[in-house]
Design a binder for this molecule. Structure first.
Ligand code: IDP
Ligand code: MG
Length: 137
C-alpha cells in the first residue's frame, strides 16, 4: 500500500475549497491516514522544496505557502502517488486540464505567482522524505 503527502495550500483554505478537495480524495477511495491544519514554517518549507531553493522565485513560493493555514496530511491507497498527482493536474493552472483539481479551481498565475491549490509528492522517494519531514518516522 502506497502513501503520499498531500497539502491543501493556503489559497484553497482561504477560498473555502477544503471540503471539495477532500470530497474528491474520498470519492476516489483513498484513505486519509493523517490530517491537520497548520501554518507551514520556513525551516521545513526550505527542506520540503529543497530542489527549488536556488530559484529566483523561491521567496514567492514560501510567502504563498506561509500566507495562512494549510491542511497537510498523508493519503494511502494503491498507486496513490501517481493517482493523486494526476488528480491535481499540471503545476501551472493555465496548463492544467479541466477535471483536475488545479484545472477546475486554480486561477492563472498573476503578480502573486503560481497559486495552485494542492501539493502531492512526485515519487516514492519524495513521499518518504516529505512524510518524515512533516510527520516524523
Ligand atoms: P508541483 O507542485 O506540481 O510538484 P514543483 O515544480 O515541484 O511543482 O513546484 C513546487 C511549487 O512551487 C509549485 O506547486 C508552485 O506553487 C511553485 N512554483 C513552481 N514553479 C514556479 C514558478 O515558475 N513560479 C512561481 N512558483 C512556482
Ligand atoms: Mg513538486
Amino acid at each position: 500500500m502506497q502513501k503520499t503527502l498531500f497539502i491543501i495550500k493556503p489559497d484553497a483554505v482561504k477560498r473555502h475549497l477544503v471540503g471539495q478537495v477532500i470530497d474528491r480524495i474520498e470519492r476516489r477511495g483513498f484513505t486519509i491516514e493523517r490530517m491537520e491544519m497548520l501554518t507551514l514554517d520556513l525551516e521545513r518549507l526550505k527542506k520540503h522544496y529543497a530542489q527549488l531553493v536556488d530559484k529566483p522565485f523561491f521567496s514567492s513560493i514560501t510567502n504563498y505557502m506561509m500566507s495562512g493555514p494549510a491542511i497537510i496530511g498523508i493519503l494511502s491507497g494503491p498507486g496513490v502517488i501517481k493517482s493523486w498527482r494526476d488528480m491535481m493536474g499540471a503545476t501551472n493552472p493555465g496548463e492544467a486540464a479541466p477535471g483536475t483539481i488545479r484545472g477546475d479551481f486554480a486561477t492563472a498565475p498573476d503578480e502573486h505567482g503560481i497559486q495552485n491549490i494542492v501539493h502531492g509528492s512526485d515519487s516514492e522517494e519524495s513521499a518518504a522524505r516529505e512524510i518524515e519531514l512533516w510527520f516524523g518516522k
